[in-house]
Ligand binder design. Structure first.
Ligand SMILES: N[C@@H](CCC(=O)N[C@@H](CS)C(=O)NCC(=O)O)C(=O)O
Length: 212
């Protein structure tokens, strides 16, 4: 398997964690987002969205981190990222989507750059935008964590899931932008536990070969 990845990409970070948890060997193909390599003609031809991650397997290119992780769950079920029990599955998917669909797309670098460059917003306004959407998302996630986490080790029950795989990169991202997590003690505790898992730490941005 080949993973088209960028060390600081939250979406690629999710897939790296899932691959490591499942102990699947993969080769990283760095796509340097800051240098615009995602918009190179050959990459766009393979992935018209011009985003990472993309996963090459058996001659096919799969895109969108959640779709890739669902695929990995089908071909290598252990440990399951989405539980089989229907209610648990819907709860895990909801927490993952709260991050991947409701926080990340609004706080992604290209959105922040668009606010600055095309919309003429200053640094303060962009920071306020970032903090607003983190707060909206993390407030709900903290409440769900209190409801669903068994022992403040994982977001749902007492097993790692897709929800955790989405949480870790979003917490990393919030810290990178200097956002206080004081209001989210359960999320911080769960992230701290997840950081004790070698599969998670090995997927960390600073551990990637393309980190600068
Ligand atoms: N929904 C997509 C999001 C992918 C995405 O936004 N990737 C970002 C990095 S985290 C990217 O490639 N950005 C390139 C750019 O903005 O030009 C997924 O989950 O895979």
């Amino acid at each position: 398997m080949k993973l088209y990845s960028y060390w600081r990409s939250s979406a690629a970070y999710r897939v790296r964690i899932a691959l490591n948890l499942k102990d699947i060997a993969y080769e990283v193909v760095p796509v340097h987002l800051a240098r615009g390599e995602q918009r190179a003609a050959n990459y766009l031809q393979a992935n018209p969205q011009g985003l990472v991650p993309a996963l090459e397997h058996d001659g096919r290119l799969l895109v969108q981190s959640l779709a890739i992780i669902e695929y990995l769950d089908s071909i290598a079920p252990a440990p399951r990222m989405l539980p089989q029990e229907p209610v648990a599955r819907a709860q895990v998917a909801a927490m993952a989507q709260a991050v991947a669909c409701d926080i990340h797309p609004l706080n992604n670098l290209r959105v922040l750059n668009y606010l600055k460059q095309e919309m003429g917003q200053d640094e303060g306004a962009v920071q306020a935008w970032y903090g607003h959407w983190i707060h909206e998302g993390f407030r709900a996630l903290e409440a769900w964590a209190l409801e669903h986490s068994a022992a403040r080790r994982f977001l749902h029950g007492d097993a790692v899931s897709l929800a955790d795989v989405c949480l870790v990169p979003q917490v990393y991202n919030a810290r990178r932008f200097g956002f206080s997590l004081d209001d989210y003690p359960t999320l911080v505790a769960i992230d701290a536990h997840l950081q004790t898992l070698p599969a998670v730490t090995a997927a960390g941005p600073e551990r990637q070969t393309d980190a600068v």
